[in-house]
Design a protein. Structure first.
Lengths: 121, 110
């Protein structure tokens, strides 16, 4: 069974860079069966897709964060990561890593438990 | 692109059926079958309920069903149970290589 676990700082200063890692177990990052995704949820609000990464290294980003976001795959550790620069309070959210199956781009069968990142000085 | 539009709330009594709508634009819901639905209980990660408009992942009860007509998708929960009380989100692929979510619907079991 594929499992995902987010890790990273829970507090980031305004204008700083948010960095999170998702550790994958039960599947290989190198598998073409999955897209690897980051999705966030501000407190009390709805879900927002941040981006997808594929095993080829190709990435796809939400236009709302494009220019500030970088997703990377780390095959030797079977992890993928998120970096979001120039953060503001609006970036405060629970960040989920997720993955699709069967090469599907836009629906996510597996989710991590989520990690709250607060942007504050 | 704007988020998909869902009603903020819905309710029903145990045993009843409830339908939640999700409306999009021609560049997402209308043109694609990549519609999915998620259930989220408080403090928990979302759980995939429906994908490709009508398909259920293994383990999801057949009380949950999906449909789509034009640019509106719907999730129907039949035989409401207390544990169905949760937030529900629709999602769709959108042009180009984008994923949209609805604003969410809070389902209350009366």
């Amino acid at each position: 069974q594929l499992q995902l676990q987010e890790s990273g700082p829970g507090l980031v200063k305004p204008s700083g860079t948010l960095s999170l890692t998702c550790t994958v177990s039960g599947a290989s990052i190198n598998s073409g069966r999955h897209y690897w995704a980051w999705i966030r949820q501000p407190p009390g609000k709805g879900l927002e897709w941040i981006g997808n990464a594929y095993y080829t290294g190709t990435t796809y980003y939400n236009p709302s964060v494009k220019g500030r976001v970088t997703m990377s795959l780390h095959t030797s550790e079977n992890q993928f990561s998120l970096r979001l620069s120039s953060v503001t309070a609006a970036d405060t959210a629970v960040y989920y890593c997720a993955s699709s199956e069967n090469g599907d781009f836009s629906w996510f069968h597996y989710w991590g438990q989520g990690t709250l990142v607060t942007v504050s000085s | 692109q704007s988020a998909l539009t869902q009603p903020p709330s819905a309710s029903g009594s145990p045993g009843q059926s409830v339908t939640i709508s999700c409306t999009g634009a021609s560049s997402d819901l209308h043109d694609y079958t990549s519609v999915s639905w998620y259930q989220q209980h408080p403090g928990k990660a979302p759980k995939l309920l429906i994908y490709e408009v009508t398909k259920r992942p293994s383990g999801v009860p057949d009380r949950f069903s999906g449909s789509k007509s034009g640019n509106t998708a719907s999730l129907t929960v039949s035989g409401l149970q207390a544990e169905d009380e949760a937030d529900y989100y629709c999602s769709s692929y959108a042009d180009t290589n984008n994923v949209l979510f609805g604003g969410g619907t809070k389902l209350t079991v009366l």
